[in-house]
Structure formats: C-alpha cells, structure tokens
Design a protein around this ligand. Sequence first.
Ligand SMILES: Nc1nc2c(ncn2[C@@H]2O[C@H](COP(=O)(O)OP(=O)(O)OP(=O)(O)O)[C@@H](O)[C@H]2O)c(=O)[nH]1
Ligand SMILES: [Mg+2]
Length: 195
Amino acid sequence: MKITKSDIEAVAVKPSQYPPENMKEIAFAGRSNVGKSSLLNLLTGRKKLAKVSGSPGKTRTINFYVINDAFRIVDLPGYGYAKVSKSMSQEWGGMIEQYLQTRDNLLKVVQLVDIRHEPSKQDLEMYEYLRYYGLDGIVVATKADKVSRNQIPKQIKQIRKTLKLGEDDIVIPVSALKRTGYEELLDVIEGLLGE
Ligand SMILES: Nc1nc2c(ncn2[C@@H]2O[C@H](COP(=O)(O)OP(=O)(O)OP(=O)(O)O)[C@@H](O)[C@H]2O)c(=O)[nH]1
Ligand SMILES: [Mg+2]
C-alpha cells in the first residue's frame, strides 16, 4: 500500500469531538517521546503533518488523520510522562481509555516501544490492556537507527520477552530518521484493512 493522501480530520479530548465511526481506524500508542507522531509523518511522507518535539508530552489530544480517503490513523497522546507516579488508569484520566473502550471502528492499536530500552512497566500494562480488548498484535520498535544493525535482533528478542508476545504478534523495527521499516508496517496495515 502507498499513502497518497493524508489530512487531519479531528482533534479530540472527548467522544463528542470524535469523527463519525464511518471508517476503520488504527491507533498509535506508546510512551511520550517514543516517536508516534514521527511514525505518522513517515508513513504519510509528510514531515509536518503531526507535530514532533524533542521534549515529551507534545501530543496531548487524540488526533484523527484520514488516509487515502479510506481509513484513519489516530495519534494518541503519550503516557508515562506527565504523572509518572500515578497508576496507568489514573493517569489516563479517561481520555485514552475512553477512546480505546468505546470506539467500535477501532481495528488495532500499534504499540510503539523504543528499540534501545527494555519495555517499561507501563508499556507492559498498555500491551496487556490491548490484549484484553483484542487490539494487540502489532509492535513497532522505534529509533532503530540508534542501535547497531546486529543489536536489532537482540533488542527485539527482549521486547518480545518483556511484553510476553505470542508467536503471531509482530515486531517491526522502524527508523523515522533513516526512513526504514515503514513499508512492512504499511503492508501489515493493508492486511488488517482487508480482513
Ligand atoms: N533518531 C531517531 N529519532 C526519532 C525517531 N522517531 C522519533 N524521533 C525523535 O523522537 C522525538 C519524539 O518524537 P515524537 O514523534 O514527537 O514522539 P511522540 O511519541 O509523538 O511523543 P508525544 O507526542 O509526546 O507522546 C523527536 O525528537 C523525534 O525527532 C527515529 O526513528 N529515530
Ligand atoms: Mg506525538
């Protein structure tokens, strides 16, 4: 699949601001600064579609992007930054959780983790949450340019172990900097949309 058209459709903090459930959606989740917005820009080939920042907590709303007039990618705010000490459920304060729980046209959530680090406790909580709702199965390991080529399999193995991934779950190393890995993710998304 190639993305030839992409546009922001809605910015929401509550369900009344969501667009209608008339297109399938794929959401990006992960801790602040992991590279969710950068991944959206990489997939769409648009450098400035989503705002990216070196300091965590850039995306604070749920942003809906229409892709090829056919489906949506939803860029979620990151977790694990603002109120580190609070539990996941408190921290989400409803916004992300509400979206994940109520959105009938949500197909899958792509969970992003930084390839350099062992997934955090919150990453694991997030993934287990996704598993509970049947939204799991796709993990993107971001910032693959930050580790040497031969480190990649080792890091992926650790991600698989820590997140307790099953054999059918996939981990795709991606670099927004080097623009690598995204074709595989697009193929996976295409497969999901065709199911
Ligand atoms: N080296 C490298 N840096 C990256 C990559 N992807 C993202 N970054 C950098 O990581 C920082 C955070 O990227 P964002 O895309 O804003 O992260 P985010 O997950 O959307 O963050 P929040 O909106 O705060 O949740 C920025 O400085 C990006 O340039 C990558 O593949 N390689
Ligand atoms: Mg962001």
